[in-house]
Design a protein around this ligand. Structure first.
Ligand code: GDP
Length: 366
């Protein structure tokens, strides 16, 4: 399953955020390193379309799609040299597909900051530096392995690999993350991807603010915005502690009322989940039958057989064709039969690239 890792210095609010995101209650305490084991939460992706489809079909059950979120234990300065929980932390990040970088953007004398004062830009740089140093270590050891082969023999792959490594090395030595380096050829892109560098993963900055700043942010958020403006990364404002309190409320109505009181239409957590989904380059297709109306996750750009494989590998192997209804058509005509009658049901083959929102019916041999 696809995973987003939550990273950040100790006491910035990772566990608090993780608690609101997942049902599994991780331990939130005013104590660095309280989240020692990576906690994995399976989060449902909120999607209005699923409910609208279900209202028309009236199925026995409704199944939303999910993303996994991992709360990764605290990182401190020196982690790349094994300080704190350094190496374990870094190994956990390597396994994730995208990073949610939590930054402390709230004042609270009762919550210790590991570096004395609140400064999200410095915090971000501490983490970036540790990850970059680790990547540099990876790159340097790879360079040693291919250098000779690349410079003496005529091995094309070794040469290309060497060039990719050198490009990365230059960027990292200048304090830039691997994700800022672009490769033009498909070969190079593949080589780059297979290095699984920590700083090449897509990142989103999550500014954890106090309740009063939940809607418009604060001076810390502005500092972060200014610092990352050239990265093209998304910034999300969440008041984690407030959201954790909201999550404790019994009914949906109570939770909505509380959100409205602080000026939010949608919880920061649900904005976060959707943003994470986008960050992972994921899209959703639906299946709509009497038994269940269900959302399925696929990678943007996948073709029909691959998408069928998400349901079952047999669907992919025996794929014959797919009957596809566009979401808007389903809503307009109200049922599969009515869509079919209106001539809006398309029969597609192996090459069809599935689009976000498609309602799919796969035909296959067993
Ligand atoms: P982690 O080490 O990054 O996982 O941080 P935690 O989630 O354990 O939070 C550390 C402490 O900060 C806890 O006592 C939280 O209650 C508190 N905290 C987290 N978010 C906020 C916030 O938005 N505002 C305030 N005032 N305190 C927070």
């Amino acid at each position: 399953a696809l995973q987003c890792g939550i990273v950040g210095l100790p006491n910035v609010g990772k566990s608090t955020l993780f608690n609101c995101l997942s049902n599994a209650k991780a331990q939130a305490a005013n104590f660095p390193f309280c989240t020692i084991e990576p906690n994995v939460g399976v989060i449902t992706v909120p999607d209005e379309r699923l409910n609208k489809l279900a209202a028309l079909v009236d199925p026995d059950r409704i199944v939303p799609t999910t993303v996994e979120i991992v709360d990764i234990a605290g990182l401190v300065k020196g982690a790349s040299k094994g300080e704190g929980l350094g190496n374990k932390f870094l190994a956990n990040i390597r396994e994730t597909d995208a990073i949610l970088h939590v930054l402390r953007c709230f004042d609270d004398e009762n919550v210790t900051h590991v570096d004395g004062d609140v400064n999200p830009v410095r915090d971000k740089e501490i983490i970036d530096t540790e990850l970059q140093l680790k990547d540099l270590e990876t790159i340097e050891s790879r360079i040693q392995k291919v250098q000779k082969q690349a410079q003496t023999g005529g091995d094309k792959v070794a040469k290309q690999t060497y060039e990719v490594l050198v490009k990365y090395k230059e960027a990292l030595e200048q304090g830039k993350s691997a994700r800022t380096v672009q490769f033009e050829s498909k070969d190079e892109q593949k080589i780059a991807h297979d290095l699984f560098l920590l700083t090449s993963k897509p990142v989103m900055y999550v500014c954890n603010v106090d309740e009063a700043s939940a809607v418009n942010g604060n001076k810390y958020v502005e500092q972060v915005r200014e610092a990352v403006k050239d990265e093209g990364a998304e910034i999300l404002i969440v008041a984690a502690k407030t959201e954790a309190d909201i999550a404790e409320l019994e009914t949906y109505e109570d939770r909505q009322m509380f959100l409205q009181e602080i000026g939010l239409e949608e919880s920061g957590v649900s904005r976060l989940i959707r943003a994470a989904y986008k960050l992972l380059n994921l899209e959703t297709y639906f299946t709509a039958g009497k038994m269940e109306v269900r959302a399925w996750t696929f990678h943007k750009g996948w073709k029909a057989p691959q998408c069928a494989g998400v349901i079952h590998t047999d669907f992919e192997k025996g794929f014959i064709r797919a009957e596809v209804i566009k979401y808007d058509d389903f809503i307009q005509y109200g049922s599969e039969a009515a869509v079919r009658e209106a001539g809006k049901l398309n029969v597609e083959g192996k090459e069809y690239v599935v689009e976000d929102g498609d309602i799919m019916h796969f035909r296959f041999n067993v």
